[in-house]
Design a protein around this ligand. Structure first.
Ligand code: FES
Ligand SMILES: [Fe+2]
Length: 426
């Protein structure tokens, strides 16, 4: 349970709020590279951390992200012309480059120095891993880029699904560091109704958590269906501040990122990847119910919403063909997270033993925001952090092997058990 003040601090992301200021100290995924497919292509509108922005790829292929409103008299630069190294406002022709420098003011007198004295708010960008990232904090405090493993694999070995959630970003993180819901929401047909799980029938995992320099890692330890006296069925999940969750792999590594659009809307990026194997992107999107034009509108808002009850199939539920009546893990997650309301009032909840990682995540986020507000660094920006080595695991582990060293255990690896034809098992 949180107080209402803590809940406000945890969830509000606008400029000037403690969490908003903290989030601006990290590199933030702004959009997918494919949304800006070529030099001088159409600009796109972006809303990030409550700020209305426009993104464009200039003639040289660089990506600029700047305030949407023109610095002259506020016309939207989204309508602008993207050509010859900058974005030109339609109204009076002011033209800005990727850095926000004003290149041209056609209505000002020749020889005027006015354009040298105006600058559009623009954020540094970095492109890596099929994603455009922005840094929205003070430039003198810009951290080095977090080289997550998924950003370093070949493009064909990665599949990014992008879906808009109509809820605050913390609700997405909570669902992802909450290992116990998988036994019910996603596997309830087998585990709750039929009492037969894939590797375990145990729906009461023991949680153990260890703090790390990037956030924390936790293990959900269950009794396996076989050899329960000798083995733990272990699944580890990493929470990397401020919104990255590396969850147990299903044939491919799996990262979730929850980027706040504003206080009540979130981009959910679900990324499958492998250092060695290519992935069938289209089939992966289908499996995730995340296909634009089918499951999503072109702007990646969902066709299934709380208002239409996520088109829940009650007949399938009654006939025990589906536990939830909602297809796919992604839509199941979003249905429950959005059903809590756009910003859940955590002063009303009742947390149990299965919520240990949720509690740790909130505490570490609040501690980091408070640290930042005091003038200290937020958590997880240390230059020595090896982001590329952070991995989640999914193994049968001998009970005597420390779970936090699961990566070094070379025994039975359930990734191999899941290895499908280029598509994550899910
Ligand atoms: S409002 Fe953009 S150039 Fe005038
Ligand atoms: Fe889930």
């Amino acid at each position: 349970m949180l107080t209402q003040e803590e809940n406000e601090m945890l969830t509000r992301v606008g400029g000037g709020t403690p969490m908003g200021e903290m989030l601006r100290r990290y590199w933030v995924p702004a959009c997918m590279s494919e949304e800006l497919p070529a030099a001088d292509c159409d600009p796109i509108r972006l809303r990030l951390l409550c700020e209305d922005l426009v993104a464009f790829r200039d003639t040289a292929g660089r990506v600029g992200i700047m305030e949407e409103s023109c610095p002259h008299r506020g016309a939207s630069l989204y309508f602008g012309r993207n050509e010859e190294g900058g974005l030109r406002c339609l109204y009076h022709g002011w033209k800005m480059d990727c850095d926000g420098k004003v290149l041209d003011m056609p209505c000002e007198p020749a020889g005027s120095t006015f354009k040298d004295r105006v600058r559009q708010l623009a954020y540094p960008t970095h492109e890596q891993g099929g994603m455009v990232w922005a840094y929205m904090g003070p430039v003198d405090l810009m951290p080095s880029f977090p080289d997550f493993e998924w950003t370093l694999v070949p493009d064909g070995n990665r599949s990014i699904a992008k879906v808009r959630t109509e809820a605050n970003f913390v609700q997405g993180i909570e669902g992802t560091v909450d290992s116990s819901h998988g036994d019910v929401l996603h596997s309830g047909l087998d585990k709750i109704l039929n009492q037969r799980g894939n590797f375990s029938n145990d729906t009461v995992p023991r949680f153990e958590i260890r703090d790390t320099d990037y956030g924390f890692v936790y293990a959900a330890l269950r009794d396996p269906t076989e050899d329960a006296d000798r083995l733990n069925y272990a699944r580890t999940t990493n929470f990397v501040l401020p919104f990255h969750c590396l969850v147990p792999p299903r044939g491919f590594g799996h990262m979730h990122i929850f980027v706040p659009i504003d206080d009540e809307h979130t981009w959910d990026y679900s990324i499958y990847f492998s250092p060695t194997r290519s992935i069938d992107h289209q089939r992966t999107l289908e499996r995730r119910s995340s296909v634009p034009g089918v499951d999503l509108f072109p702007d990646r808002g969902k066709i299934r919403t709380v208002e239409n009850r996520f088109l829940q199939d009650r007949v399938a539920m009654r006939e025990r063909r589906s536990f939830t009546g909602i297809p796919g893990n992604t839509m199941e997650d979003m249905a429950v997270q959005e059903s809590m309301g756009p910003i859940y009032d955590r002063s009303k909840e009742h947390l149990g033993a299965a919520d240990a990682a949720v509690i740790r995540m909130r505490n570490i986020m609040l501690a980091s925001a408070r640290s930042c507000a005091r003038g200290d660094d937020p958590i997880g920006l240390g230059a020595s952090i090896r982001f590329e080595e952070i991995r989640s695991h999914h193994k049968m582990l001998p009970k005597e092997h420390p779970w936090w060293e699961i990566g070094s255990y070379e025994g039975e690896d359930l990734i191999a058990a899941y290895a499908g034809a280029g598509v994550p098992a899910d």
